[in-house]
Design a protein around this ligand. Structure first.
Ligand SMILES: [Cu+2]
Length: 326
């Protein structure tokens, strides 16, 4: 169990271990420090105000360079704790492990400058009850690698982002990190971005459950803030939970629009669970799917049960979280 003082002590040690997006990695090759990347005006410091214009591209200035990448192919975005990256002895490279939270990627047409409701979320990784998006990010040494949607050719801004939730039980304390890169999409892609997208200065609110969040409360669920992943995104877009398998989209059928994957109909949790729990569970209706665990169960049933159980106490945990003063 965590105690309040332990949390305060931990938080005090987390002060300045931030991160920035610094280069593209295409076909395994780093394209060069800052090449086609809008370097943030604020160093590696986080943004706290979700309505700030820094939420668009972190104060980065547009430059004339671009990275070329074919529609539907993979694109890597490399982050580091410091700029330039510390090569050795930096325990907070690419980011302090305390900075747990989601990782997301958005895209917009370059001509928009990122301003207004122009962004589509194309990838996200939140929390599966064990691993955060940031944990994966750290094990990948700060590289966010995703597959681009099958976009029509043109100039785009791509915007990786992560949120550090280590102090986010206090309103306005979640740490937002983003950066914009400039890409020229080549190839024979056919998808246009929807006319209406997300304005990054309005994408989140300070009270969103995924922004005002006590990561020390032991909740096993987490709601990634912002819009849903665009259905045109060909891959990613699924938090890596063990209950869902992202439906692979055949690259041989580039004109096909990917649909977001849903839990398979044959998933065992969909069938009613025959009650094995005799009298102990007082108020659970027999028709409730998943609130009682049978004597033997699949991992999917267990996760559903766990979500149902922890979900019911989530709002209470958040109220407690607000009482903490760091
Ligand atoms: Cu930090």
């Amino acid at each position: 169990m965590f105690t309040k003082s332990a949390i305060i002590l931990a938080a005090a040690n987390l002060a300045a271990a931030h991160t920035t997006f610094q280069s593209f990695v295409i076909d395994g090759k780093d394209q060069g420090q800052h090449f086609a990347v809008q370097t943030p005006s604020n160093g590696n410091n986080p943004i706290f105000d979700v309505s700030s214009t820094a939420m668009i591209c972190n104060g980065g200035k547009a430059t004339s360079d671009q990275v070329e990448v074919a529609a539907g192919s993979s694109i890597g975005m490399q982050w580091h704790h410091n700029d330039p990256a510390t090569t050795s002895g930096d325990n907070d490279e690419p980011i302090a492990a305390s900075h747990k939270g989601p990782v997301m990627v958005y895209i917009a047409k370059a001509e928009s400058n990122g301003e207004g409701p122009v962004w589509q979320k194309i990838w996200e990784e939140g929390y599966d009850g064990t691993t955060w998006g940031v944990d994966t990010f750290i094990s990948n040494k700060g590289l966010i690698n995703i597959d681009l949607p099958n976009l029509e050719p043109g100039d785009y801004l791509i915007r990786p982002e992560m949120i550090g939730l280590h102090e986010a039980s206090g309103e306005g304390k979640a740490q937002f990190y983003n950066g914009c890169g400039q890409i020229k999409v080549t190839g024979s892609g056919t998808l246009s971005l929807p006319a209406e997208g997300t304005d990054m200065t309005k994408a989140y609110s300070a009270q969103d459950p995924g922004v005002l969040y006590n990561m020390y409360a032991g909740e096993k669920t987490y709601t990634i803030p912002g819009p849903a992943v665009w259905t045109g995104a060909s891959s990613g877009g699924e938090p890596s939970t063990p209950t869902t398998t992202a439906a692979p989209v055949s690259s041989a059928a580039p004109t096909k629009t990917a649909t977001p994957s849903a839990p398979a109909a044959s998933d065992p949790v969909a069938s009613p669970v025959e009650s094995a729990a005799p009298s102990a569970a007082p108020s659970s209706p027999a028709s409730d799917n998943g609130s009682a665990l049978p004597e033997t169960f699949t991992i999917e049933q267990f996760i559903t049960w766990l979500k149902a159980t922890t979900g019911s106490s989530a709002s209470k945990a958040r109220r407690h979280a607000r009482a903490f003063h760091f």
